[in-house]
Write a protein of this length. Sequence first.
Length: 505
Amino acid sequence: MDLLLVEKSLIAVFVAVVLATVVSKLRGKKLKLPPGPIPIPIFGNWLQVGDDLNHRKLVDYAKKFGDLFLFKMGQRNIVVVSSPDLTKEVLHTQGVEFGSRHRNMVYDIFTGKGQDMVFTVYGEHWRKMRRIMTVPFFTNKVVQQNHEGWEFEAASVVEDVKKNPDAATKGIVVRKRLQLMVYNNMFGIMFGKRFESEDDPLFLRLKFLNGERGRLTQSFEYNYGDFIPILRPFLRGYLKICQDVKDRRFALFKKYFVDDRKQVATAKPTGGGGLKCAIDHILEAQNKGEINDDNVLYIVENINVAAIETTLTSMEWGIAELVNHPEIQSKLRNEIDTVLGPGVHVTEPALHKLPYLQAVIKETIRRRMAVPLLVPHMNLKDAKLAGYDIPAESRILINAWWLANNPDSWNSPEEFRPERFLEEEAHVEANGNDFRYVPFGVGRRSCPGIILALPILGITIGRLVQNFELLPPPGQSKIDTSEKSGQFSLQILNQSTIVMKPRAF
Ligand code: HEM
């Protein structure tokens, strides 16, 4: 009797396996997947392609497989889009279908599986978080309330550099001082807080933990475990470190920033004088029960990540390009001197009078896009693109860098030439009015921080060029602009030492 039962069970399992195989084969046959290298079982294309999926490598594959191709990386489908038309389809026409975010295992840890805004799927939670964050962070009113603070911070950088005897002789890594400035800009908006110096212990801890978060998430070294489930046990140590950094970071955000601000708010109820800062609005939403304690911390996390390194990296690239193109630097300085008058400070309200400065910033972001593949998009359900089937939960990478650097659609794109944005590309704006140029994305998931990033870049680069001659260190004719790519970031490999000679007015 027992034997009969075992026999029957075995037959049932056998039939189920055969059926599942047949069904999956039939379903597999029906799918018309985008072109790509031929995958092998378990590993897919991972053995051919490897872990590093940077924007330049993806250009090489696009040349081979076309504007839409698919990598099967173990269990993950990675779809790469490399043309303006398909970008429009993904970000605009099918913006809802492709409006979710893909998170790998490391991002799952840092975002609590999408309890934040940047990495959550498209839906109710995202809509609520984006709405709650808009008034405190992403409106013109925020710019009007904060630009004098940004101008003050840029002026402090100028003063500090002038005081540093190395600046005019052997050169300094000005990035370090600018990093403090960008933290002050963002923590000013968020908490009304300012760090006095690069040695401020709280700033050092924050910078360290944010740096670790950046390093751990942007590294390609963990891809193998994310792609290939049987290799996951090898990733346990890495994920444990991620969890530890996440916990320490959140404890810091809570203790020194959020709880601190709650105390200020209790001591001085709203309306009792003083400007409301962003976190006050966020805490109001929490008090109304719209979001919970954790969501508040995830908002702080998102601003720390999305706002600071992107803006700082763009500044760093802009300065590097200006050092390596002295004629462009002089032309920019002349524009500022002529339009504003020598020694009259660059301010946010003056930026619209400085078209060459704006062109320099656009060109920097075109050539050295801080987020060259955008933040990975995802389709929650099976979808269609250009007649191909895109399986549900594919990671969609838009190669925005290539769209803006493809010689088929730009004149000599490898040249750093801001004039293009005053001449043949004069109509092109950074907000994505042309699908060849989408450094901040387009549509539902586009960067809401553009409204802050552009004036901060304009004020900072404008003031530096106005006050200093920016040169390579002695003995060098150019500075090194080798790139360092991450999962979706593009940084300068070696932080540049720059000679900054003060100008006399
Ligand atoms: C030069 C500086 C910056 C660059 C190049 C940049 C670029 C981007 C890009 C490419 C995206 C993804 C778009 C997409 O996937 O379609 C994005 C998203 C985002 N950015 Fe920025 N960003 C910058 C500065 C900022 C600032 C200053 C803030 C906040 C103060 C910010 C907040 C965000 C947020 C919250 C998202 C997620 C939007 C969503 O998923 O709905 N960014 N950014």
